[in-house]
Ligand binder design. Structure first.
Ligand code: ZN
Ligand code: ZN
Length: 140
């Protein structure tokens, strides 16, 4: 059921209480081929490109104003990462108080975030290169 008592139709965006970390816009929950996600209401207008996983309801301890933790899965199991990834590198394996990864000191955090952004940029560049190579092979 939706907040107004009407049944929610599948695929229909649902308003959430969360605010966009980029421009403070309302976040709408949507569902796609890879499951549910949230995106900024201003995406439609083209003024904001924020999109992220559905928050689990626990703010990122390193930036509680703008960060929310979302569930991720890897080969080693489920963990939680900040929706500002790769701008924020915080992750934790547990959401239980006392078992969560504690916030890192600012200098450690900034260094980790810088490295993650570099890795992510390198990965994107490698992906673009592979795609360009594949296109070139097709054309020849
Ligand atoms: Zn936004
Ligand atoms: Zn964060």
């Amino acid at each position: 059921m939706g907040p107004d008592g009407q049944p929610v139709r599948a695929g229909e965006p649902v308003a959430t209480p969360y605010r966009c970390p980029k421009d403070g816009g309302r976040l709408l929950k949507k569902s796609g081929r890879f499951g549910e996600y949230v995106e900024c209401e201003n995406r439609a207008a083209g003024s904001c490109d924020f999109r992220g996983g559905v928050p689990v309801g626990v703010p990122c301890p390193e930036e509680p104003e703008t960060g929310q933790l979302v569930e991720k899965s890897s080969r080693r199991g489920t963990f939680y990462a900040c929706w500002n990834y790769p701008n924020c590198s915080y992750t934790t394996n547990s959401l239980e108080p006392g078992k969560m990864t504690p916030p890192r000191p600012p200098e450690v955090r900034e260094e980790a975030n810088r490295k993650l952004l570099e890795r992510s940029a390198r990965g994107k560049a490698a992906f673009a290169k592979r795609r360009a190579n594949a296109a070139a092979r097709k054309a020849s």
